[in-house]
Design a protein around this ligand. Structure first.
Ligand code: MRU
Length: 341
């Protein structure tokens, strides 16, 4: 299962705004349209945004037909800046753009740079899938037999280069016969849990139960959740992390009920340049995502709206962090620095 395909001279993205009703692939030859697709969540999920942006820079290089190295470098910097402005929270976007910039170096013009950029974007893509497989293998070890797992938002194959982070652990544990049920928070306001996670799990034949976000506490109180696994958009040096809005609430609930709570992420999601979660920029999205449901107004005109796309969970609510380099337990600051510094 995948959502991003490089087609030699164009980029295909599975339109995640249309799932699960229809599976439509859009083709892109203009990097500006990819920036717009990231903004509109056609492609979403921290690692997937990074991969898509890397390919978008290949499209930008293809666009330049001149022979002036300075002009070319300027046009690439402008494309990178436009892509960087698409979404602020997931650090993978900036990580991928930086990595592409380093690969590009001082390459003279589009024709010279293109093969270098394509090779780098494909490497970013391929390495992301490999990291997810390693995450899955490491994470499956902490999943108990007969596990009833709660997840929030979508940290699956389509949120990454392929396979998934939190859902990668679920997939690996499922093949080991350990998963009894995955409860998917529907994840208001944009329903990534209902539309995307439930879709992935059903497609893979993994037992899935959809709940609205306000049902998790009740399930936990009944002893029906053994483990919480969810993704990450940016983790600070001390282990504080941003993830889909509502993650913090799930963390508090898990803590209260004594349920293990893990954030699952590749190293490209770790931002050691910021000491703690207060430095993570949180994306604010349009009011209409909250005042409307499936295009129908559900709130009165004139009401104020608060619509952050992410929240920050303090590291002390984490049981552990599952990465491609294994499972990390507290003290997180030391462990993160040691493995990723
Ligand atoms: O707004 P989204 O859908 O891009 O938010 C996605 C999440 O919060 C995911 O949990 C996170 O990016 C990790 S994806 C492996």
């Amino acid at each position: 299962m995948d959502a991003i395909r490089w087609q030699g001279n164009s980029l295909a993205l599975l339109d995640q705004t249309r799932l699960p009703v229809e599976e439509v692939w859009n083709t892109y030859t203009d990097y500006r349209k990819v920036a717009d697709a990231i903004r509109r969540l056609v492609v979403r999920g921290a690692p997937a945004i990074g991969v898509a942006a890397a390919y978008a820079l290949c499209l930008a290089a293809m666009e330049y037909k001149g022979q002036n190295p300075e002009e070319f470098q300027k046009s690439m910097a402008a494309a990178s800046a436009e892509l960087a402005a698409s979404r602020p929270t997931a650090v993978n976007l900036f990580w991928a753009l930086d990595r592409m910039g380093l690969a590009l170096g001082a390459a003279g013009c589009g024709a010279e740079a293109l093969p270098i950029l394509i090779r780098e974007a494909e490497a970013i893509h391929r390495e992301d899938v490999a990291m997810n497989r390693a995450i899955g293998a490491a994470g499956a070890a902490i999943v108990p037999h007969g596990a009833r797992i709660l997840t929030h938002c979508n940290a699956g194959a389509i949120a990454t280069g392929g396979y998934g982070t939190a859902l990668g652990v679920v997939r690996s544990a499922f093949t080991q016969g350990k998963v009894e049920m995955v409860y998917c928070d529907e994840t208001r306001p944009l329903l990534q849990g209902a539309r995307l996670t439930a879709w992935e799990l059903v497609k893979d034949g993994i037992p899935a139960t959809l709940i609205t976000d306000n049902m998790a506490a009740s399930l936990m109180a009944q002893g029906k959740i053994d483990l919480v696994l969810l993704g990450c958009d940016r983790m600070a040096a001390n282990g504080d992390f941003a993830n889909k809005i509502g993650t913090y609430g799930v963390a508090v609930l898990a803590h209260y009920h004594g349920i293990p709570f893990y954030s699952v992420l590749p190293s490209s999601t770790i931002d050691l340049s910021i000491p703690d979660g207060s430095h993570i920029p949180i994306e604010q999205r349009e009011a209409s995502e909250v005042t409307h449901f499936a295009g129908v107004r559900t709130a009165p005109e004139g009401v104020g709206v608060y619509n952050p796309a992410f929240d920050v969970t303090p590291h002390r609510l984490l049981t552990g962090i599952i990465t491609e380099k294994g499972v990390i337990h507290p003290p997180f600051a030391e462990q993160l620095a040691e493995r990723f510094g």
